[in-house]
Design a protein around this ligand. Structure first.
Ligand code: 5GP
Length: 120
């Protein structure tokens, strides 16, 4: 499926919708989730047009991928959950529970996570 440049996160990247920014560079943006599922709930997104993990993994350059995941790691460290622990989630497609069609990683922490994810 084609990337839809009118998705919410594309609008956030363009500055058309506000966000609580946590980090930004030329390729990556991180901001607080509007409906947090944990005391720390940050969304990390590449600025490139990737619909989900699937297209990011297939199309992004190795440099872009490494940079993206290094930012995720650095944010976890700077947001002080490296020692306490954190959870990374990315949803792909309808049955994965994806609701915004721009690749994003959820960085969750500052509370103990449940052992298993809810599946219904
Ligand atoms: P998904 O369900 O696609 O994995 O995650 C989408 C996430 O985006 C959800 O956790 C949802 O709360 C968040 N979200 C949806 N709309 C907005 C918005 O306008 N601003 C922010 N900051 N987060 C949003």
């Amino acid at each position: 499926m084609a990337y839809d440049s009118n998705n919410i996160f594309a609008k956030i990247i363009r500055g058309e919708i506000p966000c609580k920014k946590v980090y930004e560079d030329a390729e990556v943006l991180a901001f607080e989730d509007i409906s947090p599922a944990a005391p720390l709930h940050v969304l990390v997104i590449p600025k490139g047009e990737y619909r989900s993990f699937d297209s990011f993994a297939r199309k992004a350059s190795p440099e872009e991928m490494v940079h993206f995941f290094r930012v995720v790691q650095k944010l976890a460290e700077e947001l002080d959950v490296k020692e306490s622990g954190y959870r990374l989630i990315t949803n792909h497609g309808a049955e994965g529970g994806q609701t915004v069609d721009h690749f994003h990683i959820h960085l969750l922490g500052k509370k103990p996570m449940s052992k298993l994810l809810a599946t219904e």
